[in-house]
Ligand binder design. Structure first.
Ligand code: DQA
Length: 147
């Protein structure tokens, strides 16, 4: 099983960016964590991060035929992007939405998620562990198990 992990704008600045919300670990630490979890599950992972909405759309489209599932933290585009929703629907790959922080307890404008309608599950407020849960969810789907 091959999973694409997509991270949206400003997540490249993890560690430096609002550490009281997102923690002190960096984007490279995140990749290291996800690689470790993937290894335990026996799945392979690739990563894509961009600050640009269109580049994220391209990455989702290019996943077709290359990956069995997508883990996506669209960051701020979660709350604004119909284009990301449409791209996820268009490729039809199982996708899991992740947020490091608990967006349900934050500002009103973070209460909307456009991508959620195209995702089988959402993990939020678990820090990096949400990405591990997302991988487990996709691996279970792939093997026909419960979510
Ligand atoms: C985020 C939450 C979003 O509201 C925010 O814009 C982000 C990160 C998270 O991981 O908690 O950039 O997706």
């Amino acid at each position: 099983m091959h999973i694409l992990v997509i991270n949206g704008p400003n997540l490249n600045l993890l560690g430096r960016r609002e550490p009281e919300i997102y923690g002190g670990e960096t984007y490279d630490d995140l990749l290291r964590y996800i690689r470790g979890e993937a290894e335990k599950l026996g799945v392979s992972v690739s990563f894509f991060q961009s600050n640009h909405e269109g580049a994220l759309v391209d990455a989702i489209q290019e996943a077709l035929g290359q990956y069995n599932g997508i883990v996506i933290n669209p960051a701020a585009y979660t709350h604004t992007s119909v284009a990301l929703l449409d791209a996820l629907k268009a490729v039809g790959l199982p996708a899991v939405e992740v947020h490091i922080s608990d967006v349900s307890k934050r500002e009103d404008f973070r209460q909307v998620s456009y991508v959620r309608a195209a995702c089988v599950k959402t993990f939020m407020g678990l820090g990096f562990a949400g990405y591990g849960e997302a991988l487990r969810c996709l691996a279970a789907l792939d093997s026909g198990g419960a979510k």
